[in-house]
Design a protein around this ligand. Structure first.
Ligand code: TYM
Length: 339
């Protein structure tokens, strides 16, 4: 039996942060030799919220930064195919076909849509509502077995399964499903990294305050400043899992994951510490763990020709699989086969 297939992606909207790394990218890297991996830049998703102020160079430059970061974080082209969503037109085409079998109220129920719609006020476009169908198309085109993501994407993955099941039920044959139902891969730790400014909100690329997150490309002095300024509490002795101390749990978890220590070990090490002792320890750990990524990123990002060749290869490999699924879907829907 061949390897199972993994598919996942990140939106190229700048400010790639520790949540993206610990919730997603690091997990792709760790498991990559076990799977056949398709990892992409979700640039069609990136225009579901208005680009303000519009800068015609931004989308492409954020895309290259993200591809360079994927490689710098350790994605290995022997195991992983890296591509850009908009380079494979089957994503848009399958989205349309799936739109026509997806009930509107399924989309209106999506938590992320409701949250983002509130933020956008009057300015909610159809793309924001349709975003989860595009995400379903991304996944189903590759007949993915596993989708490693952070906790915030869980509902979108459940929707993806529902759409696939509905399609198979309406248009498949009883003994042959057209679309594979994927399983989410959500780690227990790191699946929800919280904001440095408020331990009850998740760390986010779109938070207007840069002090709320550690970006993967932040220089050491900025990391030090952000940790110095981050929200804590007046209690001495640091503990995990106290609902009254969300910031404490978040910062200990960051330390645990980046230092590669067991929870028990960190709990014992930090139980008598005050913030004055813990913050420098956390700062050094973050700086040290991001250093090799940042160094590799610098080397890769200077070679645009190399990045372009990675994306050309990725596009070809992705297209071969995506177009095959798209043809199967169209055939199941009763479209005539092109001559
Ligand atoms: P995006 O770009 O918002 O986030 C990329 C990945 O990072 C995870 N993540 C987090 N994990 C832990 N803590 C956080 N604070 C945190 N913030 C973000 C996300 O869960 C995600 O795994 N819709 C997706 C991109 C996408 C996709 C797909 C993913 C498009 N199509 C198909 C998987 C499969 C998104 O906006 O992720």
């Amino acid at each position: 039996m061949g390897k199972q297939r993994v598919l996942s992606g990140v939106q190229p909207t700048g400010n790639y942060h520790l949540g993206n790394y610990l919730g997603a990218i690091r997990n792709w890297v760790e498991g990559q030799s076990e799977y056949e991996n398709y990892l992409f830049v979700a640039d069609l998703h990136a225009i579901t919220v208005p680009q303000v102020p519009y800068d015609s160079t931004r989308l492409a430059s954020d895309t290259y930064t993200l591809v360079a970061l994927y490689l710098a974080c350790g994605l290995d082209l022997d195991y992983s195919t890296i591509f850009v969503q908009s380079h494979v037109s089957a994503h848009s085409e399958l989205t349309w076909l799936l739109n026509c079998i997806t009930p509107l109220n399924w989309l209106e129920d999506m938590i992320q849509f409701k949250e983002k719609a509130v933020k956008q006020g009057e300015n909610v476009n159809v793309g924001l509502l349709d975003y989860p169908v595009l995400m379903a198309a991304d996944i189903l085109l590759y007949q993915a077995d596993k989708v490693p993501v952070g906790e915030d994407q869980k509902q979108h993955l459940e929707l993806t399964r529902d759409i696939a099941a509905r399609f198979n039920h309406q248009f498949g044959k009883p003994d042959q499903q057209v679309l594979k139902l994927p399983d989410p891969l959500i780690r227990k730790e790191g699946a929800r990294v919280m904001s440095l400014a408020d331990g009850t909100r998740k760390m986010s690329k779109s938070d207007p305050s840069d002090l709320s997150r550690i970006n993967l490309l932040d220089p050491p002095d900025q990391i030090q400043y952000k940790i110095k300024r981050c929200k804590t509490d007046p209690i001495r002795g640091l503990t995990f899992d106290d609902p009254e101390r969300p910031e404490c749990n978040n910062l200990l978890t960051l330390y645990m994951l980046l230092a590669g220590k067991a929870k028990k070990e960190v709990a014992a090490q930090c139980q008598d510490m005050g913030w004055g002792q813990f913050k420098p320890l956390l700062t050094d750990t973050i700086i040290e763990s991001l250093k090799p990524i940042q160094e590799k990123y610098q080397a890769i990002t200077e070679d645009k020709g190399y990045l372009e060749s990675v994306l050309r290869d990725g596009r070809q490999k992705a297209q071969a699989i995506a177009n095959q699924t798209l043809a199967q879907v169209k055939a199941a829907l009763g479209y005539s086969v092109p001559l």
